[in-house]
Write a protein that binds this ligand. Sequence first.
Ligand SMILES: [Zn+2]
Length: 198
Amino acid sequence: MASQEIETLAAALARLPGLGPRSARRAVLYLVKRRENALPALLEALEGVRDTLVECDICGNVDTRNPCGVCSDPRRDARSICVVEDVADLWALDRARLFTGTYHVLGGKLSALDGVRPEDLSIAELLERVGGGGVDEIVLAMNATLEGQTTAHYIAERLEDLPVRVTQLAHGLPVGGELDYLDEGTLAQALRARRPLG
Ligand SMILES: [Zn+2]
């Protein structure tokens, strides 16, 4: 039987995506064994995140400043906005500097099953950005899941009356594939071959 403290830490870690109860216990053991070195570094990093991370008012990215590093970078082409489901997708696309425009994070995808409606996502904010002018192209980079594609079509419809070109990442992304897990070559190919959404 592990102590209450260890159980509490393991339970907290087990709630992280990708970490089940088993991996969480192993992580706890790792930290206990290396409490002189690994633990202080982790605590410091966690505190740093808690104290400095903010959500960008413009695009929804998570960064240490607001507007975020992408939105405040003058070399970025603000006329082109890539719409993604989650911050993880933004980071995946941006890791390799594949896209030179800016982003818009929806905060999820439409889902009848999970009760996610258009007003639960930052779709109104996107329409506002486009309606404000100065945007030529919207690149829809939803995941190739049914819900991702439903979301892409819904957004394309809402953008129909606005003077903006709407394109979508090329197919060839694995069905059910999450952008975050794709390698840079596949992402680059999908971006290069983006096409109008019909
Ligand atoms: Zn931003």
